[in-house]
Design a protein around this ligand. Sequence first.
Ligand SMILES: [Zn+2]
Length: 400
Amino acid sequence: MTTTRPGSLSALRLANRRRLLSALQDGRQISQAELARLTGLAPATVSGLVRDLADEGELEVGEGVANGRRSRMVRRSPQRLRYGIGLYLGRAHVEAVAGTEAGDLLAESSAELAPGYTPDAAIAAIAALAATVRERAGLTADQVTGVAVAVPAPVDVRTGTLTEAVVLPALDGVALRERLGPALDRPVVVENDANLGALALTRRAGAGAGPLVYVKVATGIGAGVAVDGRLVRGAAGSAGEIGHLPLDPGLTTVCRCGRRGCLETVGSAAAVGTALAAALGREVGPAGLHDLIAEGHPVAARVLEDAGEALGRGLGWLSMVVDPAEIVLGGPLTSAGEAWLRPVVRGFRRAVLPGAARRTRISLSPLGERTESVGALIASLTENSHIAVEMRTDKQDVNA
Ligand SMILES: [Zn+2]
């Protein structure tokens, strides 16, 4: 017997709408039959969605010829085609991409930032780089719907203030979203980088409907949790900060958060770099790590096994709370491929119950290094409206 809940129905409908609009994001005109084939949706579903979206002015519908037959032709209303800019603000650099709602990239660029930069320097660099990618993409300022900035820290998305500023102390207490709005003259989203990675992955073709966890493993470790395509942020944006799970209080290394035994002191890319440097007597970057793995270097293999198993255990703890259908890994260690993924899966399976060990899929992000910036691009076009809707709802509640 099939049961339906109104909540899941509307979430599915929303996902189908997004899929359909994404298929038309490049602006070309295609037949309704072709649209059904591209989206994998049933022709009747496509028919209903096209009718609704045409009523809303999102689509233009007309008669035409496709494959020698008279067909119902559909295209995105030119005035509704939307472009956004997604940025990543790191400790020493800024990256930017310009692209479409479908996640298609039109231009990208990056710039160095002096470590310990001031808020003014960060805002100026973001504004300059956003203008660079916009121009490279051939877009006018008016054509850009919104801008989103990914930061490697928990964020209060209403103001864009970092709620834990260990990684970017210079931005402690700075309302980035409010400051960036006038500088960019566009609606701005500021969001945790792992959350944006999760957002990007939920929108990719073939993404399942179950809870998804994206884990960015870099200097620190952060997880983004998405349920039915919506981010779980927590009260202050700190949901998924698994880098500071007290994995083993017996560990001797003191974490940058001031505590001992945190997952990131043993499972992060920084921890891998420290262990490799200690054993080999030299610095090893992501490319160097890839080479060491390719030549079967025993030190690299062992360091990745230790770090991967520790990360897997930490993900096991998270899994006990969230029970994700899928866990996707990102960050520089993905360059090590299976040599890193295997121990992560092993550590995870040891940490969870047998059912979760069998059914939870763990993989490397198919979007590679661009996972967070593609997420920022999507958020620049979708999350602004989401926030506006939430604000309106709050107001209605007050008036009720
Ligand atoms: Zn810590």
